[in-house]
Structure formats: C-alpha cells, structure tokens
Design a protein around this ligand. Structure first.
Ligand code: C2E
Ligand code: MG
Ligand code: MG
Length: 626
C-alpha cells in the first residue's frame, strides 16, 4: 500500500513537471511566433500565451487536472480560431491537432482525450461545411517566412513535447521490466528454498518426490527401471558427538559434494533426513550397473574426510528398491529401500542390499513381535530361568546364570536371541533389563535363605543399558530391595560392549565395582579377544564362548586357542568359565588345561525358578559323592 502510494506521488510529480514543461515550451513557441504575427493573429497568440501561463500556475499548484484542461482547451480554441480566421481546413493550425491529441492521451483522462478528439473531428467537419456552404472563405495566403516560423514552432513544440512524454513512457516500461525480473528472481529464490535443503543445497524430501514422479514417468514410457538407493551413514553420530555439530554439518556438506560429483545429470541426489540420502537412478539397464553405482557411492563415502584438521572416516549402508518392480509409490518405495538398508546394516554395514518381499515379511514379523514385546512387558509374561555354574574340580555350584525366557500361550518359548536384539533396538531393553536385575536379586536372596547360603547370580547386560547412566543406581536399588550383598551379583558384558569403551561406560563399571558387584566378560573369543582391556574394566571372570567347546569337533579344532586363553586369563588373575560344556570328556580336558569353572547341558540346561532348588540340591549331592 505504502509502495503504491509512493509510486502515485512520484508519478504525479513527473506529470506535474511535464505539464509545466509543455506549458513553458509551448508558450515560448507562441512568443517566438508573436514576433512575426500581426493583427488578429497577434491577439490569438497573446491569448494563447496567457492561457498557457495560467495552466502553468495551476500545474505548479498541483492542480494537474485543471492545468491539463486549460492547456488542451486553450490550445484547441487557439488552433480553431486560427483555422476559422485563416485558411479553414487548409490552415497551418490544423498541423497542431495531432500534437494536441497526443498530449490529451498522455496527460489527461480518457474523458478529456475523447472530448478533444470529438472537438477536433467536429471542428474539421464544421470548417468543411462552413467553407462548402460559403459561410467562410478560406484565405490561403501566399507563402512567406512567417509561415515557415509558424510551421517550425508547431513542429518543434509538438516534437519536443512528444519526445519527453515518450521518453517517460520508455523509462516507465524499463523500470517495470526491471521490477518484473526482480519479482521473478525472488520467486525463483523462494521456490529454490522451498525445494532444497539449506545445509547441502540438495533437493529435499518433498521435492525429491516430485523428481521421482518425473523420472518415473520417463522410465515407464521407455519400459525401464528407476532405482532408489537409500543411503544411511553408519557412524555419523560419533562424529557429531566427538567433534561437534558444526563438524558434522561440514562432513555432510563435503559428502553431498562428493556424491553429486559422481552422479550423472539424470541421476538425482536428495537429502532425505539427518544422515540419510537418496539417489534416484533412472534408466537402469541391469543389476551390474546398479551395483557399480552402489560401490562407487560407498567408496566415495568411506574415503577419509578432513574436518577441523582431523581425518574422519564414516561408512554407509545402502538399501535398494526399484520402480516399477517394487512398486510405483514414492513413500512405499522409500520404506522398502529403508528396510533393505537396515538389512545391509545387519549384514555388517558398509554394504548394499536389495529389497525383496521376504524382507518385507521379516519386517512385518518384527513389527508384530515388537507389539507383542510391549504387551509382554506390560503383562509381565517374561520368566527367568537359571543355569548352574560349577567348579570343575569339586563339582560344587558357584553361581547360577539368569537367562530370560518368554513363554507363549501355546506352550512354546521364544528364546532371548530372537527378542533381545529387538528390545535393544526399540529401547525396551532398559525396562526389561531392570526387571531382570531386580527379579534375579529377589530370587537369589530367596534361595540363600532356603539353605543355598553362598549362591551367586550372573545377570546378562546389554550395552544399551549403559546409555542413560542409570545402571549403577538401578543395581544398587535392586540389591537393597532384595537385601542381597553386592558380592552375590555378577554382571556379564559382551566383548562388543567393551570395544565401544567410552568414558561413560567405564565410569559406570567403576561405580558398579565399588559397590562390590563383579564383572564377567561373556562369549569371550568371538569378538576382538583383546585381553588388555579386561583389566581396565575390573573384570574378574572370563567366559569362554560355547562355540569353542560345545561339540567334540569344535573342541578338537579350538583346543590350542582355548588353552592360550586359559593361560593368559590365569596370568591376569581372572577366573575362567567355559560355557556350553555338553560332555564329560570336554569337561575333563578343560580341567586339565586349568579352566576353573564350567556351565552347560552336561550339568543342566537353564531351569525355571520353581525347579531350581531341586536341581541345586541334586548337584550338591553329586558333588559330595565325587
Ligand atoms: P549367554 O549369556 O552366552 O548364555 C548362554 C547361552 O548358552 C544360553 O542361551 C544357554 O541356554 C546356552 N547354553 C548353555 N549351556 C549350553 C550347552 O551346553 N550347549 C549349548 N548349545 N547351549 C548352551 P540362551 O538362554 O538362549 O541365551 C542366549 C543369549 O541371550 C545369552 O547368551 C545372552 O547373551 C542373551 N540373554 C539371555 N538372557 C538375557 C538377559 O536377561 N539380558 C540380556 N541382555 N541378554 C540375555
Ligand atoms: Mg551370559
Ligand atoms: Mg555366553
């Protein structure tokens, strides 16, 4: 509104200036003509000059409409008077009419222009009629210098006035054009911002959908496939955590540039979310071509980045879905490529995986299992089973390991290997794990009162339980509630947890050790098998993974390695427990190698709490008989 008002003000000022200029120029022209005029001509010119001065004054006082009226009507009247008193339709004054019409069109309103036009037409008709009827006799004088002066005055005045008016119009057009292109530019900018991610300048998810529709239409027309490659960085979070968000942003920007550089013009790169990208690869000829692209993307991602003068490496997992083979709906395809990407992560990361329907089914099953898991927790469907740990030399029971079981209404049992990973991914493990600690402490306290006075319990922990830093508090409370001494509790950690060793985990392990809880390293030998970190974590027990000992063949193949582990553990002052002992022969060989304790079906599988006292009594009797 303000802008329109300002434009109006400046337009009126220009109009005022032009009116004043035209009045002045025309008056000057008439004054020049006065010099060569005489008689009636002189009087008409003089009247014209007076009218122009009046129009000038009105224009000066901002009365633009009145000024325009006075200018145009006085000039029309003046020219008519010349024509009437002079040569009629042949009079030189007629030459002034076109100029008048131009002024009227530009300076006046539409009404004024039409009035002047009608006046000019009427004037011409009248002059013709009057002449033809003989009421006026055209007085066509022979040519003289003053005639030339009149003609030149008319031409110069009208020519000059038309020139300045047309120049104004040109300027106006040019500024309009400029304004227009500015508007177009800012519209394009707004459109770009709406369609692109501000950090990487890549197409965003919603624009990605538009690009997908366009690509798909072209591919379908040529009966070709459009591939969607869903890229997720495997270890971007640690970069953000360790180097800060600005460094994380820098990495994403560099990554976007690298990936864009290896893609062709018709392939699109989209920033899907935080560390997720999507590549649209149209016109895919065969899977080989697609695999080459996936490999190139991975190698671009895995090449080291220099961020804050630090070399940073990340990797990526890629899920691939194709249209129309896997569907034509963008969201559905993204979901499928996402499922395949998760499968690539499960396959060990830094790789790609194609979507297929079995993945969808597995995902559906997982989803259902997750729902069941939530309900199971709510309804306390879980049970703890216990498997004894036995001193190999005496057969005495040293502890029991608490193992989670999930009985189903149909009598079957879902094993922990199936639901623990899901509980970890969904975060439910915190609630479930706390329940396990609490329940195990209660059970063992109960058994200690029932005569198994020195019984200890080993509880498995997941790395996720360390995330929120609450674990030492949870353990302390569980021990207090059950009135169980901390020495009766052992916590089993897997090697992978120790590999990610952060100060955060270390602090909590120290707090737990200070409580008096012991730490055991579970499944030793399957992961990185680095003994040096065991001391840092105050571990007191090493559990040799069952894959080394379960079968005779495994034992044959792994005996030297097991021996080395036992010897090294012994030198570090750690107790070794061999898991998965199924046969007496294996048990004896382990004993001969210096292994202190064992656990396995040879003694018993894990049993429900209700059967545990009987099992423990039986094993105690057997030990005494030895
Ligand atoms: P783990 O801690 O290594 O537990 C030992 C596994 O070996 C148990 O399987 C046990 O039933 C099995 N096992 C014991 N003796 C033998 C044997 O002689 N031969 C063979 N072939 N297997 C034997 P389970 O109960 O299926 O548990 C599997 C894994 O699930 C556990 O491995 C542990 O990592 C995890 N898990 C179990 N309960 C919990 C829990 O409460 N919390 C967490 N975070 N993980 C748990
Ligand atoms: Mg265990
Ligand atoms: Mg184990």
């Amino acid at each position: 509104m303000q802008q329109i008002f300002e434009q109006n003000v400046s337009f009126n000022q220009v109009r005022r200036r032009r009116l004043m200029q035209i009045c002045a120029i025309t008056a000057l022209g008439l004054i020049a003509a006065l010099a060569v005029a005489n008689g009636i001509t002189f009087i008409i010119f003089a009247a014209g000059v007076a009218a122009l001065l009046l129009a000038f004054v009105f224009a000066f006082r901002q009365k633009l409409q009145t000024a325009a009226y006075i200018l145009l009507w006085s000039m029309s009247a003046m020219l008519s008077a010349f024509a009437m008193t002079g040569a009629g339709l042949f009079d030189l004054a007629i030459l002034g009419y076109p100029g008048l019409l131009v002024f009227a069109a530009i300076l006046g309103s539409i009404g004024l222009f039409i009035s002047v036009l009608l006046f000019v037409i009427a004037q011409c008709i009248l002059l013709t009629w009057l002449t033809l009827q003989g009421y006026i006799t055209p007085n066509i004088p022979s040519l003289s210098w003053p005639h030339l002066v009149f003609i030149l005055v008319i031409f110069i005045v009208t020519g000059f006035c038309i020139y300045i008016l047309v120049r104004d119009i040109k300027r106006l057009m040019w500024s309009l054009q400029l304004e227009n292109s500015k508007v177009e530019q800012s519209q394009a900018k707004i459109q770009h911002l709406a369609n692109h991610d501000s950090l990487t300048n890549l197409a965003n998810r919603s624009y990605g959908e538009t690009l997908f529709q366009q690509s798909l239409a072209a591919c379908l027309q040529q009966q070709q496939q459009l591939a969607l490659l869903f890229i997720d960085l495997d270890n971007f979070k640690p970069v953000n955590d360790a180097l800060g968000h600005a460094a994380g942003d820098d990495l994403l920007k560099q990554l976007a540039q690298r990936l864009r550089a290896i893609l062709t013009k018709d392939q699109a790169l989209i920033r899907f979310g935080g560390d997720e990208f999507l590549v649209l690869a149209p016109h895919v000829a065969d899977s080989q071509q697609l695999e080459q692209l996936a490999d190139r993307l991975i190698s671009q991602i895995t090449a080291a980045f220099t961020i804050l003068q630090t070399q940073v490496s990340v990797s990526a997992s890629i899920g691939i879905a194709c249209a129309p083979a896997d569907g034509t709906d963008f969201k559905q395809l993204c979901r499928k490529a996402d499922i395949a990407m998760y499968r690539a992560k499960e396959e060990g990361r830094n790789t790609y995986y194609y979507f297929d329907d079995s993945l969808d089914k597995a995902n559906d099953d997982k989803f259902k299992l997750l729902q069941m898991l939530r309900l199971g927790l709510l309804e306390q469907q879980f049970r703890l089973y216990y498997q004894p740990q036995v001193a190999l030399n005496s057969g005495r029971i040293t502890a029991v390991e608490a193992l989670l079981r999930w009985p189903q209404p149909d009598g079957s049992m879902i094993g922990p290997d199936q639901f623990i990973p899901l509980a970890e991914n969904s975060g439910l493990i915190n609630e479930l794990g706390s329940w396990v600690i609490d329940q195990a402490c209660q059970h063992i306290a109960q058994l200690r009162q029932q005569g198994f006075a020195h019984l200890r319990v080993a509880v498995n922990l997941s790395v996720v339980q360390f995330k929120d830093g609450q674990l030492p508090g949870i353990v302390r409370q569980a021990l207090q509630r059950a009135a169980l001494p901390a020495q009766a509790l052992e916590l089993e950690l897997t090697e992978s947890l120790l590999v990610d060793n952060t100060d955060h985990i270390l602090q909590q392990l120290n707090a737990l050790s200070q409580l008096g809880v012991t730490i055991a390293i579970d499944d030793f030998g399957t992961g990185y098998s680095n003994l040096s970190y065991l001391q840092r974590f105050n571990a007191s027990t090493l559990k040799i993974d069952r894959s080394f000992v379960s079968t005779d063949a495994q034992w044959q193949a792994n005996a030297p390695l097991v021996q080395a582990i036992i010897q090294m553990a012994g030198s570090l002052g750690l107790t070794t427990i061999a898991e998965g002992i199924e046969h007496a022969a294996v048990m004896e060989k382990l004993l001969a190698l210096g292994c202190k304790e064992g656990q396995g079906y040879y003694w018993s599988p894990a049993v429900a709490m209700e059967q545990l006292p009987a099992l423990l009594s039986k094993l105690q009797l057997q030990a005494k008989a030895l």
